[in-house]
Design a protein around this ligand. Structure first.
Ligand SMILES: [Zn+2]
Length: 464
């Protein structure tokens, strides 16, 4: 037996050596403990249930947004975080009141739609006009000037389904700038097939922009089955008219807060691992997948670490404000901490639902790769594969950090195959989250954050 063990140790020397160099056997035992504890705990589920039920939807600037800030602060305090504080962030405050739609010609039928974020209102009786369909945003951009006067432009682009959500980027262009491009051609309203992979009759909202000097026209997404219906009618040669009625309000500049909880490190308290999600959500659902899950699981992960052993470096859970309206909390956070971004030894955001984490990826310097491999080894029992590309981008709230500095960024890639069935809809509710998957996510973040905080060598980022 002894001989066999000696032989095995000789066969797997590399990872073993790195683990021994970077982590003590006690630390590795603690990683195992934290993983088991997270897998057997309901804490992340309890937090998510409380946030989505007792607070509900959390549109930035709403009463519920204020409640969510108070909720997060109180939860951090009750969970025993060493430091809990708020940092303000401003954003364009927008609200939705009522919305409805109908096909009025060739026959009257309901149209399931939703205003896109920042959309202006229609007149109180709505806008009724003929629809002109484009398969892509580029097709709309190529349309002759004035060709859409008194018309409603409709972009019918279909998003692709993919495990890593790579269909989102190409589809979201039509949401961000579709209304601007339509207005340039004279359209009086803009309508798009939802940025969605679903066949259910929910419209998907999301942020959109106007451009100075281009008229602001009502801006809406329709449910995919309704887009199919319009497409059938138009392709059959019918002249199709619809009525769109959106009642919204631009309330000027709003203020919300990033809520931050820290487990203070024992040896290098200034250095910290940043994990988190965004506290705000769209108003249609209860923001369970986007991003209640990320909030709950990162709060729980840090709590499990603290309960097992105080880390050497700090672990900071940042719950970003107003992500949905344009990363306003993240911009404020990284601006406020601009002179101390070097203190961030690792950063990862969970903002892609609550399905299983399948891959672990870094963006670090070559000298830090052995630590990454050691972490990957401790994530493997959770069914997580090590992705060697070393090109992790982290979550959306880490974009301002990546732009400002070469911080070490990590991604715990979640299976996003179904994410865009629910994203930004009335259907983003707690029942879409599987408790066991949430536990696996929590365990993954706990293992990652604990090891990043405890490595002997400080992680460093990959130079751009
Ligand atoms: Zn999100």
């Amino acid at each position: 037996m002894k001989k066999l063990l000696t032989t095995l140790c000789a066969i797997v020397p590399l990872i073993g050596t790195v683990q021994a160099q970077e982590f003590t056997s006690t630390q590795l035992e603690q990683v195992k403990q934290v993983r088991e504890q997270a897998l057997n705990s309901d804490l992340s589920w309890q937090l998510l249930e409380s946030l989505t039920s007792e607070v509900g939807p959390r549109l930035p600037g709403s009463e519920n947004d204020k409640k969510a800030v108070a909720w997060a602060k109180q939860q951090f305090e009750q969970l025993g975080f060493d430091k809990v504080w708020l940092e303000p962030a401003t954003f364009p405050h927008w609200r939705r009141y009522r919305e409805s739609g109908a096909i009025v010609s060739p026959s009257t039928q309901p149209l399931h739609l939703t205003a896109l974020g920042n959309s202006v209102s229609t007149p109180t009786d709505g806008i009724t006009a003929a629809v002109v369909m484009f398969e892509t945003l580029d097709e709309l951009i190529a349309a002759p000037k004035k060709s859409l006067e008194n018309k409603i432009a409709f972009v019918n682009y279909r998003m692709n389904r993919h495990i890593d959500g790579n269909g989102y980027g190409p589809a979201v262009r039509a949401r961000s700038s579709g209304a601007v491009e339509a207005a340039k051609k004279g359209a009086i309203a803009y309508m798009m097939r939802s940025v969605s992979t679903s066949h259910h009759r929910f419209a998907h909202t999301g942020n959109s922009r106007y451009q100075e000097g281009v008229s602001k026209i009502p801006n809406t997404a329709i449910a995919n089955p309704d887009a199919d219906q319009l497409e059938r009618l138009i392709k059959a040669g019918h002249a199709v008219s619809v009525n769109i009625n959106l009642q919204t309000e631009d309330l000027g500049e709003g203020t919300s807060y990033n809520v931050i909880g820290e487990i203070t490190g024992s040896e290098y308290p200034e250095h910290y691992v940043l994990i988190g999600g965004h506290l705000d959500s769209w108003d249609l659902g209860t923001g369970a997948l986007d991003d209640g899950a990320g909030v709950a699981l990162t709060m729980a992960a840090a709590t499990h670490i603290k309960q097992v052993a105080r880390p050497k470096r700090s672990i900071r859970v940042v719950l970003f404000a107003a992500e949905e309206l344009g990363l306003w909390g993240a911009k404020a956070y990284f601006k406020q901490h601009a002179d101390k971004l070097d203190n961030i030894v690792a950063a990862a955001e969970s903002d892609f639902g609550a399905d299983l984490v399948y891959g672990f990826e870094s963006s670090v310097s070559a000298t830090s790769l052995p630590i990454v491999r050691a972490i990957a080894q401790q994530l493997a029992p959770l069914g997580i594969e090590y992705i060697r590309a070393n090109s992790a981008r982290g979550g959306p709230d880490l974009i301002p950090l990546r732009q400002a500095t070469d911080a070490p960024i990590f991604a715990l890639h979640q299976n996003g195959t179904d994410y865009f069935d629910y994203h930004h809809t009335a259907d983003d509710t707690l029942d879409k989250v599987a408790p066991d998957k949430l536990k696996q996510n929590t365990a993954a973040y706990a293992v990652f954050a604990m090891m990043a905080a405890n490595a002997k060598t400080t992680l460093t980022g990959k130079a751009k």
